[in-house]
Design a protein around this ligand. Structure first.
Ligand code: 5GP
Ligand code: ZN
Length: 114
């Protein structure tokens, strides 16, 4: 999608610290990290919000979650713990309308979230 920040990151038109990429997903460090480890796992294909996910996308979302778990484990957080978050629309704080799974780790994460 032409005006989408994360589509531009996927295409390499905007630089980012990519930690993983394949045909389906890309993972890169959040530019404003909220924890010592904070990466975003996004599909290479544009999907605006979780509300736009259909049955055909379930395998893709599963791949995103699996990649989040793998990245957490590779970085030493499997046992310590980590948090995965999809924000959807305004009240959840979504600011980039290309779905992405936040993976946060490296500090104690409070609950409930703000
Ligand atoms: P949301 O609020 O939509 O759930 O999360 C968007 C995330 O994207 C935020 O945590 C924000 O820091 C991050 N972000 C915004 N612009 C950029 C950028 O240009 N590069 C990277 N790597 N992250 C970004
Ligand atoms: Zn996009």
């Amino acid at each position: 999608m032409a005006d989408c920040l994360f589509c531009k990151i996927v295409a390499g038109q905007i630089p980012s610290a990519v930690v993983y990429q394949d045909d389906q997903v890309v993972a890169f460090r959040d530019i404003n990290p909220q924890a010592p480890f904070h990466v975003l796992v996004a599909p290479t294909r544009h999907i605006a919000t979780l509300n736009d996910i259909g049955p055909d996308d379930h395998a893709l979302v599963g791949a995103m979650i699996g990649r989040a778990a793998a990245l957490a484990a590779e970085n030493g957080y499997a046992q310590r713990g980590y948090r995965t978050v999809f924000n959807c629309n305004a009240e959840a704080g979504q600011t980039v309308f290309h779905i992405h799974l936040h993976v946060l780790a490296g500090r104690s994460l409070g609950w409930p979230p703000g």
